[in-house]
Design a protein around this ligand. Structure first.
Ligand code: NAP
Length: 464
């Protein structure tokens, strides 16, 4: 009965799907609510929790990864249980979750990427930055990506922080990376890399970049690579100048770019070129290999709503390169049985309450947080207030008696279900064993950790 929910006799049973930052912030908000009694079961299709903190954040940004300690504290709450290696829709269905939980919170992020939709995009070594990031970070699904780094130049499309991460990793020396938790196979491949020129290509101008100050600043301090910016491409049109008036962060970005233009070539072995007002229109291959990317020069024009958009000028430039990484944004994937907005790649919602896209009717007891809720924007910390907003909606619904209790509220029933099905789920205690083993291996190697990559290796370690 709804009025008995969230009491010591009948705790509110919450399932959080996805163990990334937004899932952990939601779990923390659920467990912290002192006036309610809540238990949280978190499911992730991978063995290891922490989502993008483990598999997305760059290995040379260990300070950002420190947030995992906060997630560990949430996981230590007696009301929390972890079920790693359990895939939503395969190992447990939507209907089963609804049977066992009063509320379900989707924290599944954006697990795919946007495409350029240009000829040649399916050539080998035309990759999403998402896949490349997941490869060097040891994501089990991308360990066999095998990018070809034998070419002389690589093109990174997009000027967000993901573009900056992949360009920086390609530009860094082995010495700059070896003390990080980058996977050994990636470090070995990067050590043999022939890539000397890395082009970061923006379709709009320097006043429309999406990267942040700390990320652009790093390019001024690379051991092996000069940062190159063309004076001509830094000139701002009137609308761009007006658009960044009073925007100190954007002004600072421009200061860094201007400084790079002024310093110019220092004679280092590699070069990172920031290029503006260029859109790739064709990836050119010869004998199945990328040899160049044809670019169209763009011009900017203000559009309704105050934004500034790029359009082609009919003038083309071809940049020789053997690799292209598209860093043009992540995209959600639909979950079986859950509403989905195909255009936005998100789960449609009102303040985190899942709604049916056609009727806008709320789906009682279902909530969404993070990138699955708002799209792939914001840094890790952005997810905290975002998850709190959704959990506040949930508690408001509880207060209003809008939540119907599930039919199988016992904590053991879901364990019985998974065991009967032969699902080898990984508990929080087991993850702690794996985590300690990674950190111990890291200590010996002078790194923060040496990651297990393959699920089979993690499970084998647990059977020892
Ligand atoms: P993003 O910040 O949205 O940047 C996407 C970039 O792709 C933009 O420059 C965009 O240009 C460009 N783009 C989109 N479609 C394009 C097309 N068809 N052709 C050419 N360019 C195109 O996305 P992101 O880099 O994937 O990052 C996602 C989120 O994660 C961001 O909020 C980011 O800050 C965050 N993140 C943070 C860190 C960090 O804190 N260190 C690291 C990684 C990621 P337009 O502006 O012209 O659309």
């Amino acid at each position: 009965m709804a009025d008995q929910l969230a009491t010591p006799a009948r705790p509110l049973r919450a399932a959080v799907i996805g163990a990334g930052p937004s899932g952990f912030y939601a779990a923390a908000a659920l467990l912290k609510e002192a006036e309610h009694t809540v238990t949280v079961d978190m499911f992730d299709r991978l063995v290891a929790p922490d989502g993008l903190v483990r598999y997305g954040v760059a290995p040379d940004h260990q300070n950002i990864k420190a947030v995992a300690k906060i997630f560990d504290r949430t996981a230590a709450d007696p009301g929390f249980r972890y079920f790693g290696n359990v895939e939503f829709g395969k190992d447990i269905s939507h209907d089963e979750l609804r049977r066992h939980y009063d509320v379900v919170v989707y924290a599944t992020g954006a697990q795919s990427d946007r495409r350029l939709n240009i000829p040649g995009e399916d050539l080998p070594n035309s990759l999403s930055a998402m896949a490349f990031v997941a490869w060097y970070n040891g994501h089990p699904d991308f360990a066999d990506l095998n990018p070809d780094l034998s070419c002389a130049a690589a093109i990174v499309v997009g000027v967000g922080n993901v573009a900056m991460d992949v360009a920086r990793v390609l530009a860094k020396s082995v010495d700059e990376l070896k003390g990080t938790d980058i996977t050994d196979y990636a470090l070995k491949a990067l050590a043999k890399s022939n890539i000397k020129d890395i082009y970061i290509v923006a379709r709009r101008g320097p006043a429309q970049v999406k990267f942040t100050n700390a990320e652009v600043r790093e390019f001024g301090h690379l051991e092996l690579a000069d940062a190159i910016v063309l004076d001509d491409e830094l000139r701002l049109d009137r609308a761009s100048s007006a658009s960044i008036e009073g925007d100190t962060s954007m002004q600072k970005n421009l200061d860094y770019l201007r400084a790079y233009a002024e310093i110019g070539l220092q004679g280092k072995a590699r070069r990172v070129h920031f290029r503006f007002l260029l859109s790739p229109v064709e990836i050119i291959g010869e004998e199945g290999k990328i040899v160049a990317v044809k670019m169209e020069k763009n011009q900017l024009r203000p559009v309704a709503g105050g934004d500034i958009s790029a359009s082609g000028t009919g003038v083309f430039e071809t940049i020789p390169a053997g690799m292209i990484l598209r860093a043009v944004g992540y995209k959600g994937v639909p979950l079986p049985g859950v509403p989905y907005d195909r255009r936005k790649g998100t789960i449609p919602n009102h303040l985190g309450r899942v709604v049916e896209p056609s009727t806008e009717k709320e789906v009682s007891g279902e909530y969404v947080v993070g990138w699955a809720k708002r799209g792939p924007t914001g840094v890790i910390g952005t997810n905290k207030p975002d998850s709190i907003e959704s959990v506040n909606s949930l508690f408001e619904d509880l207060q209003k008696g809008k939540l119907a209790g599930c039919v199988e509220p016992s904590r053991e029933a879901v364990v019985d279900l998974l065991q009967a099905r032969g699902v080898r789920y990984v508990t929080e205690a087991e993850w702690q064993v794996l985590d300690a083993a990674e950190v111990a291996a890291g200590k010996e190697a002078g790194k923060p950790r040496v990651k297990f990559v393959h699920t089979a290796d993690m499970l084998a370690m647990l059977e020892k």
